[in-house]
Design a protein around this ligand. Structure first.
Ligand code: CP
Ligand code: NVA
Length: 304
């Protein structure tokens, strides 16, 4: 079991040809929702999560079941990991039971350690550093709306968090321009900034108007991520206040620009109801596309 398995951990570490194939498989699966009913026949998976989830958990569980596989959801706290069993022992044991583990983990390095000791596919379902499954669904949404991802202008407004990092990683593979307005205090960490600096298609500044002026798509995310220090809450909200995507800010984007947010949203903080509920908001389409993209990612990882 597992000797031909592939991981799905960070977009910039994957091959462009494979990511394009995943998007195209997801489109086909969306068009024919009854296809591939036995693709994962006799394959089993574990969802190992240490953080809450609505979309990621449900879309993976449904994707696996609709493709004929089986899965078990494990809250990390209720496993022996929660009592100090090593990642190494856990990874080696679980590798003997299932074909893949979908992990949502506060610490990205723990995910890497898990994958180093696994002989099966490890899929990143969000860490403090990245959220690759989400950005694949977002790219699929952009492609559906604009027919292509190439040369689109994506404007990121807000926190330099795990989702922002993944947009940066994605733009090293795909041919879109990424204009980010992020307060100095919350720009991504050095390793991610180094990726951005090498890529002329990425611009990071504190100038919201510049970031948004040619945008095909305006994206934001919560100002307080699940891994953030709660004690920073009021300071962070204060600093990010001018980065709220409200009607005034959104009106500075071209008239046909769309709005995207991975959800969950904190309405009234990073985005107002007037934007997230407007007819140019694609947030529910993004959420739906999680299901189709997860199916394609599962196929990429475990079917050779
Ligand atoms: N966007 C996303 O990953 O949502 P969940 O936290 O609900 O899984
Ligand atoms: N940046 C958010 C994304 C949630 C899907 C978080 O990590 O909480």
């Amino acid at each position: 079991m597992g000797y031909l398995s592939k991981n799905f951990i960070n977009l910039h570490e994957l091959e462009k040809v494979d990511l394009i194939e995943i998007l195209s498989t997801a489109e086909q699966m969306k068009a024919d929702r009854n296809s591939d009913r036995d693709l994962l026949d006799s394959k089993s998976f574990i969802l190992l999560f240490d953080k809450p989830s609505t979309r990621t958990r449900i879309s993976f569980e449904l994707a696996i079941s609709q493709l004929g596989g089986s899965c078990i959801y494990l809250d990390m706290k209720t496993t022996q990991l929660g009592r100090g069993e090593t990642i190494k022992d856990t990874a080696k044991v679980l590798s003997r039971y299932v074909d893949g583990i979908i992990i949502r983990n506060a610490n990205h390095q723990d995910l890497i350690e898990f994958s180093n000791h696994s002989t099966i596919s490890i899929i990143n379902a969000l860490t403090n550093e990245s959220h690759p499954c989400q950005i694949m669904a977002d790219l699929m949404t952009l492609k559906e709306r604009f027919g292509t991802i190439d040369d689109l202008n994506v404007a990121w407004i807000g926190d330099g968090n795990n989702v922002a990092n993944t947009w940066i990683q994605a733009s090293t593979i795909f041919d879109f321009n990424l204009n980010m307005a992020i307060p100095r205090e919350y720009v991504p960490k050095k390793a991610i900034l180094d990726i951005a600096k090498k890529n002329p298609k990425i611009n990071i500044s504190q100038n919201i108007d510049d970031a948004i002026q040619d945008a095909n798509c305006v994206v934001t995310d919560t100002w307080l991520s699940m891994n953030d220090d709660e004690n920073e809450r009021s300071k962070k909200i204060q600093i990010l206040n001018e980065y709220q995507v409200n009607s005034d800010l959104f009106s500075k984007a071209p008239i046909d620009a769309i709005f995207m947010h991975c959800l969950p949203a904190h309405r009234g903080q990073e985005v107002t109801d007037t934007v997230i509920d407007c007819d140019r908001s694609y947030v529910y389409q993004q959420a739906e596309n999680r299901l189709h993209v997860q199916k394609a990612i599962l196929k990429y990882c475990t079917i050779n």
